[in-house]
Write a protein of this length. Structure first.
Length: 179
C-alpha cells in the first residue's frame, strides 16, 4: 500500500496561514513538497524522511511561524481499532527496547470493525496498550505512541501513527516554553 502522507502539520486557521505554512516549509526544505490534502488548519504532506524534516523544521522555522505542530508518521491506516492496534504493536516491537517507558496519545476517535461502533478514547487506548510489554509512564515516556485521526477529501478518514520519542514532534508552544 502506498502511503498517502507521512507528515501532519497543523497551522493557525485560515487559507492565508495555510499558504504561509507551506511557503515556510518549502523554503526550509529548499524544494516543493507533495500536499496530499489540506483539511481545516492541517497540511497532510508526503516527504522522503518525515523525522528529519520535522527536526529541520524545529531548528529553522522562524519564531513567528504559523506552524503549530508537525508530526512525523510511521504508518497511515484506516481508523479501525483493529488496524491501528496491529500497526502499533508491530511498530513498538521494531522500535522499542526493554528499558523504554511508553504513553499512548489518541487524537480523534477510532471505530470498532467487529462491533461497528465509534469507541471511547479510554477503551481504544486500553485495547492498544494491552499487548505492549513495556512500562507505562504518562508523565515522562521515552516512547510515545501517537495516533491522530484525520478526515480527508471531506469523507475519508485515516489514522496516522507515530511511535517515537516525544521530542520527535515539533510544537510551537513547547518551543516557546523552552526558551
Amino acid at each position: 500500500m502506498v502511503k498517502p502522507f507521512n507528515l501532519i502539520v497543523s497551522h493557525e486557521p485560515g487559507l492565508h496561514n495555510m499558504r504561509r505554512a507551506l511557503r515556510e516549509i518549502e523554503h526550509i526544505l529548499g524544494r516543493r513538497v507533495t500536499v496530499f490534502d489540506s483539511p481545516i488548519s492541517l497540511l497532510l504532506l508526503s516527504v522522503d524522511d518525515p523525522y528529519s524534516v520535522v527536526s529541520k523544521l524545529a531548528q529553522d522555522l522562524p519564531p513567528d511561524t504559523v506552524v503549530l505542530r508537525a508530526i512525523p508518521l510511521d504508518r497511515v491506516v484506516s481508523p479501525y481499532l483493529e488496524d491501528v492496534s496491529e500497526a502499533v504493536w508491530s511498530l513498538v516491537e521494531k522500535k522499542s527496547s526493554t528499558s523504554d517507558r511508553f504513553a499512548i496519545r489518541l487524537e480523534g476517535k477510532l471505530y470498532s470493525r467487529k462491533e461497528g461502533i465509534l469507541l471511547g478514547s479510554r477503551e481504544a487506548i486500553d485495547y492498544i496498550a494491552s499487548k505492549i510489554d513495556l512500562r507505562v509512564d504518562l508523565s515522562n515516556p521515552t516512547l510515545l505512541v501517537l495516533v491522530k485521526t484525520v478526515r480527508v477529501y471531506r469523507s475519508l478518514h485515516y489514522a496516522g501513527i507515530m511511535v517515537a520519542p516525544p521530542t520527535s514532534v515539533f510544537s510551537r508552544a513547547k518551543r516557546r516554553l523552552d526558551k
